[in-house]
Design a protein around this ligand. Structure first.
Ligand SMILES: NC(=O)c1ccc[n+]([C@@H]2O[C@H](COP(=O)([O-])OP(=O)(O)OC[C@H]3O[C@@H](n4cnc5c(N)ncnc54)[C@H](O)[C@@H]3O)[C@@H](O)[C@H]2O)c1
Length: 250
């Protein structure tokens, strides 16, 4: 198994890409803690994993709260004694062009998508150090490289920040064998995609910009995250893995 004896913490693990990643990690032998603001859904995912023979603990985690991250990190250490993998996956999308974006929406997007990644990394690094290294995977977006016309500027800016923060983390901690990479999904069939683009025409336009001609599946992102989490990527740090059906290649 590709993650045998490894312990992983995944934010936003209650649904979508985070839940698919958690299930794949469990199948590959990882022990897991998933954190989310969605308690019922998160507990259900943890139960499904446990019912399938995996080890998974759910913790209530609002990624904008340092106290929540401290508690989540404490749970990881008390339950498993180490942390090898952090997936900073929790995120929200935003809508509207620059003039339509309120200050509150800008701040909320930045708090969850950027501050959340910073706070999670800060907690994980100190635990990974004591274990001799680790792998941090930050879920950015294709929008963090090349936004589309309808992409919210707040969302694109937040994901661009995640991209460059990942490289900064990578070069700061390479000496301690802590790797950090970003993943850049294109449009993926999750609740987030439907919430951001409720209009069917809008979805079709978006799909039309994907050379492979379809939206991706959460598992197709999880496979990339799995590679970056495993020792197969031991020489990979500061890189960006684009999984987007060719959208940003144009
Ligand atoms: N779906 C896409 O098309 C797409 C494309 C590019 C990037 N992404 C990124 O992938 C990641 C996962 O998105 P998804 O599509 O699975 O979306 P999703 O909405 O299905 O899942 C996001 C999860 O994050 C959680 N979350 C939100 N705010 C939180 C907070 N403050 N604290 C803790 N958890 C919180 C949600 O409750 C949810 O479980 C996000 O970072 C998103 O920006 C998604």
């Amino acid at each position: 198994m590709r993650l045998e004896n490894k312990v992983a913490l995944i934010s936003g693990g209650a649904r979508g890409i985070g839940a698919a990643t958690a299930k794949m990690f469990a199948q590959e032998g990882a022990k897991l803690v998933i954190g989310d603001v969605l308690e019922e859904e998160g507990r259900q995912i943890a139960k499904e994993i446990a019912d399938g023979g995996g080890e998974c603990l759910f913790v209530k985690l609002d990624v904008t709260s340092e106290a929540d991250w401290e508690q989540a990190a404490g749970e990881v250490v008390s339950r498993f004694g180490r942390l090898d993998i952090l997936v900073n996956n929790a995120g929200i999308s935003a809508r509207g062009n620059v003039e339509e974006t309120s200050e509150a929406e800008w701040t909320r997007t930045m708090d969850i998508n950027v501050k959340g990644v910073f706070l999670g990394s800060k907690q994980a690094i100190s635990i990974m150090r004591t274990g001799g290294g680790g792998s941090i995977i930050n879920i950015s977006s294709g929008a963090g490289i090349a936004p589309q016309p309808g992409t919210s500027g707040a969302y694109a800016a937040s994901k661009g920040a995640v991209r460059i923060f990942s490289k900064s983390t990578a070069i700061q901690y390479a000496v301690e064998n802590i790797r950090c990479n970003s993943v850049h999904p294109g449009p993926i069939e999750t609740d987030m995609l439907r919430a951001t683009r409720p209009d069917e025409n809008n979805l079709q336009t978006m799909m039309g910009r994907v050379p492979l001609g379809r939206f991706g599946r959460a598992e197709e992102i999880a496979y990339g995250v799995l590679y970056l989490a495993s020792d197969e990527s031991s020489f990979v740090t500061g890189s960006e893995l684009v999984i987007d059906g060719g959208r940003t290649a144009q």
